[in-house]
Design a protein around this ligand. Structure first.
Ligand SMILES: NC(=O)c1ccc[n+]([C@@H]2O[C@H](COP(=O)([O-])OP(=O)(O)OC[C@H]3O[C@@H](n4cnc5c(N)ncnc54)[C@H](O)[C@@H]3O)[C@@H](O)[C@H]2O)c1
Length: 325
């Protein structure tokens, strides 16, 4: 069984990938400092409570386990906070990642899967956005992801690292069995926010801007099911394990939903009305972000299965109603 070190495996996306790896004959080893994640999300899995900044802890893991590849999810991911406190992001997303890469190099672990983001593109020049789209990130969070992409490419050229950087669009949904799902300390993602407004956990959902140049005036985003993300990560891992070359690959569905469409779909799935108010635009929100996904299909043989937003919302709603963390 291959040992896969999963940094940030107690977080939202990482926990779904850990589950998928375990179900597909890999041995995931989670390393997470629980700054954002949840111990309950890793039930029954090998877990190391440590930061990727902690060289000693990394040394212990790499020397004791024969690590075949690293999947690197750990990062801070609040765009707004990255603007007000960029240092926190440069330290954790950038310099801690270099520490991880340095320890990997010491133990000659050369396969790396990186959680990148469509935030590396910045404002779209054309839609759908392919991997050749110009990368001009517009906030420190996006810049950390962009810079790590450049760093791992330098490691490739100089030290032979092989990597797949997966540029996620909007991760959404939950595991269909309801046992793991999205639970961020500060929730900024649309679907959980709408569902919390519907369940009464939040007073209302604010539509941030209704005068965008889109058909209904609200922002359009490409939502990919977290279980589809898991399948794509496994395909990327298999590609690296079988000798595949490094690449940056978009993960999305090639279909966008507006904020209003997502709210309507949440109402349809739950059978309840969402209390909605319209608020001013938030700085730095592009009108539309939709992925071109042909490279994922070509390189990874991956196409998202859950393309109807109602299926994604239905899993998220089940999770919202029963969640334990
Ligand atoms: N959620 C999305 O839509 C989305 C989109 C694009 C990219 N991403 C990226 O995907 C990754 C996972 O996102 P998520 O939504 O699951 O976030 P999350 O906050 O739920 O998970 C991140 C995990 O990393 C851990 N962590 C943070 N710093 C650490 C450190 N120094 N050492 C060890 N563990 C640490 C946290 O405790 C948490 O468990 C992040 O890198 C994020 O930037 C997410």
């Amino acid at each position: 069984m291959k040992n896969i070190l999963v940094t940030g495996g107690a977080g939202y996306i990482g926990s779904h990938i850990v589950r998928d790896l375990g179900e597909n004959s890999y041995n995931p080893i989670i390393l997470d400092n629980l700054s954002e994640g949840h111990r309950e999300a890793c039930a029954g899995k090998e877990f190391v409570l440590a930061s990727i900044n902690d060289t000693e802890a990394l040394d212990a893991v790499f020397s004791e386990k024969n690590i075949d590849a690293v999947m690197h999810f750990s990062a801070f991911a609040y765009v707004g906070e990255s603007v007000t406190n960029p240092e926190k992001y440069y330290l954790n997303n950038l310099s801690a990642t270099v520490n991880l890469l340095s320890v990997m190099r010491k133990y000659d672990v050369q396969k790396f899967i990186f959680s990148s983001s469509c935030a590396t593109y910045g404002n779209p020049v054309y839609i759908p956005m392919d991997e050749q789209h110009p990368q001009n990130p517009i906030n420190p969070y996006g810049r950390t992801k962009f810079m790590v992409e450049k760093i791992i490419d330098d490691y490739r050229a100089a030290y032979g690292l092989r990597y797949i950087a997966l540029r996620y669009f909007n991760a959404a949904g939950a595991h269909p069995d309801g046992s793991i799902g999205e639970s961020h300390r500060i929730e900024t993602h649309l679907i959980p926010l709408v569902l919390k407004a519907i369940s009464g956990e939040k007073d209302r959902i604010s539509i941030l801007g209704s005068d965008y140049p889109t058909p209904d005036g609200t922002c359009i985003r490409d939502y990919i099911a977290v279980t589809d993300l898991a399948a794509a990560h496994r395909a990327a891992l298999e590609l690296l394990l079988s000798g595949g070359e490094s690449a940056c690959v978009n993960l999305g569905t090639e279909h966008g939903y507006s904020v209003k469409e997502v709210i309507s779909a949440c109402e349809e799935v739950t059978g309840k009305k969402a209390p909605v108010i319209t608020a001013p635009r938030r700085a730095g929100d592009p009108p539309e972000l939709v992925a071109k996904t042909s490279l994922a299909k070509k390189l990874l043989g991956f196409t998202a299965k859950k393309t109807d937003i109602r299926d994604i919302i239905s899993n998220a709603w089940q999770w919202e109603q029963t969640r334990r963390y």
